[in-house]
Design a protein around this ligand. Structure first.
Ligand code: SAM
Length: 330
């Protein structure tokens, strides 16, 4: 396994298969690539099936153990089942999706080797859902979650971004997963780094505090500084697992980050939050991919605590990473 200068072994890759999306969520960072709106048809700049598989084969050579497919909306790729089928043995395969295309395709994805799925679900009310996602596909998402469960993809993790428009839903959402077998909840702290609107953020410590009060038990996973809360349903018949992902200004989180990312157009990047560390994998031959993977790992640094450092309560760019303008001597 490749290890960076901060002792972080790269055990996982997160591969964006497209930047196209049928939703236009108001909070979306689109993996750091900007606007998701645009044509829904396959685009020339996207990695093709063979490119994705070749990349995964190289990642496996470096002992990468897990791949998560994302986007844009990864299920807009009609070759997703083939990509999953051709993912090298020994790599756990998961996906993050908005869920709308799971009805009908979930059994094939499972048969192809998909092991886990996260479905973004930010509200339990069709009107609020429509406002957040700019889509009227609430019923399809609910059907998508059911299709994933029916196909044997349990537990299905529901991803909910916690910000001002969703914070009021947390209690209902927690009860929803507690009352329904096979569901788990992942509350993701709103990350303003790439999208702006920092005023949308809510105090995630308050959410931790509230969950602590509700939970029958709490597990603390030291490695990732993540807590898991086990909460009973209101009717007392069920129990749900809720996890909080809170990377914002969290040095511990960055110190334990083991993921390298791939953009839909075949660039490697060492950190979600950085737009200045993209490395194209050239013509995507295996030697080029190997070289770019090594370089990416060698250059990756924790975002909070190293790329950004705290000075007088403010996070500022570490001088080491300021790009100097070229001079005549360069
Ligand atoms: N289309 C898929 C979906 O809807 O899940 C995959 C792509 S989406 C960019 C992947 C994940 O990023 C989702 O779970 C979403 O909740 C999360 N996400 C997007 N923007 C975010 C932000 N500003 N802060 C925190 N999480 C965000």
């Amino acid at each position: 396994m490749l290890v960076d200068d901060f002792g972080r072994a790269v055990s996982g890759v997160r591969v964006s298969l497209t930047d196209r999306c049928n939703f236009d969520c108001v909070y979306c960072h689109n993996e750091g690539l900007g606007d998701t709106r645009g044509p829904m048809d396959a685009q020339d700049h996207e990695m093709d099936t063979d490119d994705v598989v070749r990349f995964l084969e190289v990642a496996r050579e470096f002992d990468v153990e897990a791949v998560k497919f994302t986007g844009g909306e990864p299920m807009l790729r009609q070759d997703l089942e083939e990509i999953i089928r051709r993912t090298p043995d020994g790599m756990e395969v998961s996906m993050t999706t908005n869920g709308t295309f799971l009805p009908g395709r979930a059994p094939d994805l499972k048969a192809a080797g998909l092991e886990r799925v996260n479905v973004s679900q930010d509200a339990l009310d069709p009107d609020d859902f429509a406002q957040i996602t700019k889509s009227g596909a609430y019923d399809q998402v609910i059907e998508g979650v059911e299709a994933a469960l029916a196909a044997g993809l349990a537990p299905v993790k529901l991803n909910m971004v916690v910000f001002e428009a969703t914070a009021g839903y947390i209690p209902r959402m927690v009860d929803h997963v507690a009352a329904n077998d096979g569901l788990q909840l992942q509350l993701i702290e709103y990350m303003p780094e790439l999208v702006g609107n920092p005023e949308w953020a809510v105090d995630i410590d308050r959410v931790h505090g509230w969950l602590e009060e509700q939970a029958d038990r709490v597990e603390h996973r030291e490695m990732h500084d993540r807590r898991r809360y086990y909460v009973s349903s209101e009717d007392g018949d069920g129990e749900g697992m809720v996890e909080i992902v809170d990377p914002v200004e969290n040095e511990e989180f960055c110190a334990n980050c083991e993921r390298v990312r791939v953009t839909h157009d075949g660039k490697l990047k060492g950190c979600l939050n950085r737009g200045d560390d993209h490395r194209p994998m050239g013509g995507m031959t295996k030697p080029e991919i190997r070289e770019t993977f090594r370089e990416t790992v060698a250059n990756r640094v924790p975002y909070y605590g190293e790329y950004l450092v705290e000075e007088d309560g403010e996070w500022v760019l570490n001088e080491k990473y300021v790009r100097k303008p070229a001079t005549a001597d360069d």
